[in-house]
Design a protein. Structure first.
Length: 365
């Protein structure tokens, strides 16, 4: 008797080759770990108490669905202002009507249902399309809330465990943000709404996990400011400068040739002069990390490394990897966890597995 079945195979005995909708859904759920619309679905006000939903397509739990253009009537309030929600309700146990668009109103709105194992348990999942206000006369303040799916590359997965320093993207957040896990835990079944408005440096609780938003451009700016303070006038800042310290003025890099006290006047070619260019300064300032394991062709390797570099580190300004043969390693991601540790991801885009003598040179000033 067979103890494993090959589903994607020519049909035969023992259920070989019988790919079911459930099988498809589980595959798509793993490949696209998000729920949302990837086309259309725009919601507008058709009349006082009718919402118009444009045609669209999307995925919930790996289940592909099509939204047909339609008008959804909503019962007006009998008295006073109420909150409203339009949502897709998926119920795999309902053989006659497994998916529908519903509207609900009330002084408060009920929690959305979400079963992370809906493909296994024939479960239920609600995906919000929009929220609105409604009174005795009309609907107002329509806010579309459904996620838009444009890519599935390293997106934060729902109901998934994350460890400290794991990182991912979020489709609902700014595309300039990377999310780094700062508290290990499991993400919620429903995506928290805070991702849509979070900004660089802030944290968000997602289930029992906590993520910190790291802005790529903000990180670059912080590193630029670490290279040397930027002055707007030739007056030494608080703390002054000791001999050899550097500063930027009018886009040029200078260094003090004598001690300059706080508030003291800086004299170019007097107590300060142009510094060597950054390229020259970093030629001999690097930390070399020796790889201890190979990376096969097309594979990624993520690691946390100790940076045994001076405590006076200003900023990481360059990274280079090297290896022999036909291996070609590129840096996909680099993030400073602390002054002495970094998290990085490498990928082998060459035609040969790396050897363990590959080194990573990290340049700093």
């Amino acid at each position: 008797m067979a103890n494993v079945v090959l589903k994607t195979y020519a049909a035969g005995d023992n259920n070989q080759g019988s790919v079911t909708p459930q099988n498809d859904a589980l595959i798509y759920q793993a490949a696209v770990p998000m729920n949302g619309l990837f086309f259309g679905g725009t919601i507008t006000l058709s009349s006082a108490n009718v919402l118009h939903v444009a045609a669209g397509m999307g995925i919930i739990g790996g289940r592909f669905f099509e939204v047909l253009e339609s008008d959804i009537p909503v019962q007006l309030s009998a008295s006073g202002d109420l909150l409203g929600r339009l949502y897709i309700h998926l119920d795999l146990s309902n053989a006659d009507n497994p998916i529908e668009i519903n509207a609900v109103t009330g002084a408060s709105l009920p929690a959305l249902q979400g079963d992370s194992d809906l493909n296994i348990s024939n479960g239920v999942f609600d995906m919000e399309l929009c929220t609105f206000d409604i009174n005795e006369l009309t609907i107002s303040n329509i806010v579309q809330t459904f996620p838009t799916i444009t890519a599935a590359n390293n997106q934060i997965r729902r109901a998934t465990a994350y460890a400290i320093n794991d990182f991912a993207l979020c489709q609902s957040a700014s595309n300039s943000l990377i999310f780094v896990c700062t508290t290990a835990g499991t993400t919620a079944v429903q995506q928290p709404t805070g991702y849509a408005t979070i900004t660089d440096g802030n944290t968000i609780t997602d289930g029992t996990a906590v993520f910190k938003a790291v802005g790529l451009m903000a990180e670059i700016t912080r590193n630029q400011q670490l290279i040397a303070p930027v002055l707007t006038s030739l007056v030494a800042p608080t703390g002054g400068f000791s001999t050899g310290q550097q500063f930027i003025y009018n886009g040029l890099l200078y260094k003090a040739t004598a001690n300059i006290s706080a508030g003291g006047t800086i004299v170019i070619n007097g107590n300060a002069k142009l510094a060597d260019c950054v390229t020259e300064q970093i030629k001999v300032k690097k930390f070399t990390y020796q790889m201890t394991e190979a990376i096969s062709v097309g594979s990624y390797r993520e690691m946390v490394i100790d940076l045994n570099i001076p405590a006076t580190l200003g900023a990481i300004v360059g990274i280079r990897t090297s290896s022999g043969g036909a291996a070609n390693i590129v840096l996909m991601f680099f993030y400073m966890l602390s002054a002495t540790q970094a998290d990085l991801r490498l990928r082998n885009v060459g035609t040969q597995t790396t050897t363990t003598d590959m080194t990573i040179d990290i340049y700093y000033i």
